[in-house]
Structure formats: C-alpha cells, structure tokens
Design a protein around this ligand. Structure first.
Ligand SMILES: [Zn+2]
Length: 384
C-alpha cells in the first residue's frame, strides 16, 4: 500500500515537473514540489534578508526626524511605533503621539502606531471617562493598538496607597471599550524574571549590569512589592476576565526565561500572542542549553510569535544605522541559519534555529498583520 502510494506520488511529481518544463517562471513551483517530495523544507539564507518584506512590531520612534524609518526601509522593514506613559520615561504620551502621527503622515506605507493611556490621574473620579475620550481620539487618528504599560503593577497606587494590578476591576470599563472597538492590546506587564533574582543568579549580562546600576528597579531588593509570580498571575487573571480581548504580550509576555511556561499561557489563552521585543537574547540563551526545546516551541507556536526589536530613537538624537542594521542581521542569522553563534550577553555558544521559510514569513510579517489588523493601512504594498 505504502509502496503503491509512493509510486503514485512519484508519478504525480514527475507529471508536475514535466508540466513545469513547458512554462517559464515556474522554477519556484518546481523547487517547492521537489522539496515536498523529498520531505525537505525550504529555508532563507543571509542573502534573502533584504528581499523579504518584514515588520518590526515594537519600536519607539519619538522624533520627527526621518532617519530611523529610512533605515528600516533600507532593510525592508515596516514598523509599529509604540506610545507609553511613564513619568520616569519622558516625553509624556501626548508628545509621543504627536511624533507618531508625524511619522505616519510622512511614511504612510511604512509605519503605524499604537496609542496608550495614562494613569497619572487614576485616582480622580473622571479618570475612566478622560481615558476613554483620549483613546477615542487616538483611534480616530489611526492608532491600531493600545499599549498597557508596566507602571500598572509596578508603581501605580490607589488612594489608600495600595499597588494596583492589571486585574483590578477599575480597568474593566477601559478594556471593554477597547474590545468593543476591535482594537488589540499590546501589554507590557511585569519585568523579566531576572528583576526578582539576586544579581549572581541572573541569566543575562545586560540585566546584571542594568539592575546593578539601577537598584531602585531591582525587585529582589524590594520584597515589599508584588512578586514576579503575582505580576504574571494578575495578567493571566485579567485575560481570564476578558476572553475576547486580542492581547499581544510584549517581551515574550514576560515569560522570556522558559518557552515551556510561555507555551502554557498560549495554550490557555487562544487570543494571546507575544512579541519578542528585546528578549530574543533569552531565546538564544535557552537555545544554548536546549536547542531542540526552543526550535520545537517556535515551530509549534509559529502563528503566535511576532518579531520585534524594541529599538527606537529620542528627539534630536542621531541614530547609528550600522548598529541597527547589525542587530537585525544577527537576529535573522539566529532564526534562519544553523550557524554556531555567540552573544555578548552570556558565555556559552548556541546554534541558529534554522526555521523554515513559512515560519520566518509568519514571525517576520504575516503574524503582525493578523494580530494588528490595523496595519492593513499599508497592506497594498505588502506581499500577500
Ligand atoms: Zn518597548
């Protein structure tokens, strides 16, 4: 039976091949059918980097200067620039929105933006109505998503001085409004798990340096704040309360330290995806210890993962185009090749994941289109 099927398959492919030879421009079909017949998948190479249309789903372009978006265009990237509101990270969201709108107007087919809402006046009686009117205005101006920021859970306090978590019912009206408008949420809630560990137990040198230099943000030193587990539980609880919310967890959903933990949430919440912004190094770190685990995770959840860098630029700052390009090339090498690579962030070497073309196309482009439907504003010129 199997033998007969194999003969039939072979005849079918020979037929297809003969048909192809009659026509020009069918090299692609021939290559694909041969690959399928051999059970071999098709892969991109380093040379394909610029040819493939890509989306960086999480950047912060807080300037009117064109060079950041121009650099992205040179690498065949489109961008989603994300607004956030945190007194410790100026400028405030109103100014960030002005920058975003300027960029969208200048490069309508190259960049889209996500708005946010402020918790500065959370304890005022009209906070909910003010927030909804700001969001309404942002949607009218073309915002394609809403960012929810880690200030909720990490620093926001209510009138009694108690920290407010994202599953607090006071957010329900806002989240319901977002869901009614069919707008997705990009949620940066909590921090990397390293933030709650002693420096010597942190996995990534970048985190070790950052938290050594910024002890006020190092939660291991502040046990009076909620634990890592409590932060993740509040996020999960919010998702349970809002099953219709389309939710993209920024930074691998703050479950960057273990793809198995992330897989549990993706299984539990079908409306959840994650971006990889500033956390690809954690996939590399895990690949150094268990390549198969990371590779198989990427294959299994190929519809739920969005490429993103968390790159960006502030007003009046000159960008280093070479650095930005080099970082993206490095990521491309990790996802498309099986080269042995090293990272400045940890000591072990690791191998590239060599994901098939169809997976690369999803994580670099089509998933962003699916999870942020608003980016159809530049749909016309994107493939498919
Ligand atoms: Zn960011």
């Amino acid at each position: 039976m199997l033998f007969q099927q194999a003969i039939k398959m072979k005849l079918f492919f020979l037929h297809l091949l003969a048909g192809c030879l009659l026509f020009q421009n069918c090299t692609e079909a021939k290559k694909e059918s041969t690959a399928a017949a051999n059970g071999v998948e098709d892969f991109y190479t380093a040379e394909d980097f610029k040819k493939v249309e890509k989306i960086d789903a999480h950047v912060h372009v807080n300037t009117n200067k064109p060079d950041y978006v121009q650099q992205a265009a040179e690498d065949n990237f489109r961008l989603i620039t994300i607004n956030l509101d945190d007194v410790n990270e100026p400028p405030p969201m109103e100014e960030q929105q002005k920058f975003a709108l300027h960029q969208v107007k200048t490069f309508p087919n190259r960049i889209a933006y996500a708005t946010t809402f402020s918790i500065r006046h959370f304890n005022d009686s009209d906070w909910q109505s003010q927030t909804i009117s700001y969001l309404k205005n942002s949607f009218a101006q073309g915002a394609i998503a809403v960012k929810i920021y880690k200030v909720i859970g990490m620093s926001l306090r209510d009138k009694t001085g108690k920290l407010v978590m994202i599953d607090d019912p006071r957010f329900d009206t806002i989240i319901n409004f977002i869901v009614q408008n069919k707008i997705p949420v990009l949620g940066h809630l909590a921090e990397p798990k390293n933030c709650w560990l002693p420096v010597e137990k942190m996995t990534i040198k970048g985190d070790k340096n950052y938290f050594t230099q910024n002890p006020m943000y190092h939660m291991y030193l502040h046990p009076e704040f909620p634990s890592y587990e409590a932060q993740i539980a509040a996020r999960d609880h919010m998702l349970e309360r809002h099953p219709d919310l389309k939710f993209i967890g920024a930074h691998l959903g703050s479950l960057e330290w273990d793809v198995n933990e992330l897989a549990k949430r993706l299984d539990k919440f079908p409306n959840m995806a994650v971006d990889m912004a500033a956390r690809i190094v954690h996939l590399e770190y895990q690949a150094a210890g268990n390549w198969r685990k990371v590779h198989d995770f990427m294959i299994k959840y190929q519809d739920r993962l969005l490429y993103a860098t968390d790159g960006g630029v502030e007003a009046n700052v000159d960008i280093n185009k070479n650095d930005i390009h080099a970082r993206k090339i490095n990521d491309w090498q990790f996802f498309t090749s099986n080269d042995t690579m090293t990272s400045a962030d940890f000591d072990q070497s690791f191998k590239g994941l060599k994901l098939p073309k169809q997976v690369i196309d999803k994580i670099y482009r089509t998933n962003a289109k699916k999870w942020f439907p608003g980016i159809s504003i530049f749909e016309k010129k994107i493939t498919e």
